[in-house]
Ligand binder design. Structure first.
Ligand code: SF4
Length: 178
């Protein structure tokens, strides 16, 4: 099975890396996407799986605050984090985690190589090395990545995770993921 030309290599990336239109108001750094990252993976024949955007799916495109862009990013991120932690939102988040795990499980079951998961540092949801809380950027994972990581480890899987930020040297940071 799957002996056609496909590479059997995939990488999961935060939704906004492929679609900046999803990101919270005032924080987009590209008109459409991080083209350098996309090209890096495509040039290495790695299929790109776009993770769901937890904030868009759980809180809406405006994150429930039409004045979000008026606040410092980490202040608005902290408000978003609190919204993500309430019980109604947690139920929605679980659906997104399950949807992602379904895909991971299928690729694992059929022997595909999952190169990793690329998140978005500083995000209250998709941060991997850093996130936002208490109005500052702190070490640690965002709400979505924490929940996803918990599911991955509960299955005994070991999938590498890292996060990027607009100012990163992507080629250097992601060289171990290609
Ligand atoms: S970092 Fe995550 S929650 Fe924020 S816009 Fe990107 S995909 Fe959505």
């Amino acid at each position: 099975m799957f002996t056609d030309v496909r590479s059997k290599k995939v990488i999961f990336v935060a939704h906004c890396i492929l679609n900046q239109n999803s990101i919270s108001d005032g924080t987009a750094v590209h008109p459409a996407a991080f083209k350098d990252i996309i090209n890096l993976f495509l040039n290495n024949d790695i299929g790109i799986v776009q993770l769901p955007c937890p904030e868009l799916c759980c809180l809406g495109l405006d994150r429930g605050n039409i004045y979000g862009a008026d606040s410092p990013v980490t202040v608005e991120n902290t408000r978003i984090r609190r919204e993500m932690e309430n019980s109604d939102t947690q139920q929605k988040l679980k659906i997104l985690v399950d949807y992602t795990m379904l895909q991971i499980d299928e690729y694992v079951k059929h022997g595909f190589e999952i190169k990793g998961i690329i998140g978005a540092n500083r995000s209250p949801n998709c941060g991997v090395e850093s996130t936002s809380d208490n109005d500052v950027e702190i070490d640690g994972m965002g709400v979505f990545m924490t929940a996803l990581h918990k599911e991955i480890t509960s299955r005994g899987l070991n999938i590498r995770m890292t996060g990027i930020k607009g100012s990163d040297n992507f080629a250097e940071k992601l060289k171990d993921f290609i």
